[in-house]
Design a protein around this ligand. Sequence first.
Ligand code: 5GP
Ligand code: ZN
Length: 111
Amino acid sequence: MSSVACIFCRIIKGEIPSIKLFESEKTLAFLDINPLSKGHSLIIPKYHGKHITDIPDDHLLEVLSVTKRIARAVGAENFNVLQNNGRIAHQMVDHVHFHMIPKPNEEEGLG
Ligand code: 5GP
Ligand code: ZN
């Protein structure tokens, strides 16, 4: 299930370029185009759905598992996992995504 107009579905299909970190049958992880810190990643189910409540459990569970692996892979010791649902809750892209946002030490900058 994908949506032709959805930018994240287009990233999945390779129609829009991205820096991919992980890909499986159900899940894609790539770097955020406008990172809040170095390593800011987006982890998405390939299944198109707007809200977390639209995503089947097996897809959602793999996204969470990949989020964990991406945090480890980028060496994030301190980080936030963020997932927005709906405009009022700051969701701008209507395809479920988890942000993994490393929180660097002050000396590392970009904090
Ligand atoms: P939201 O506010 O919906 O939770 O976050 C959407 C995120 O998607 C933002 O952090 C934004 O920078 C990122 N984003 C939007 N368009 C693109 C894109 O075309 N490529 C990539 N890599 N990230 C995008
Ligand atoms: Zn989509």
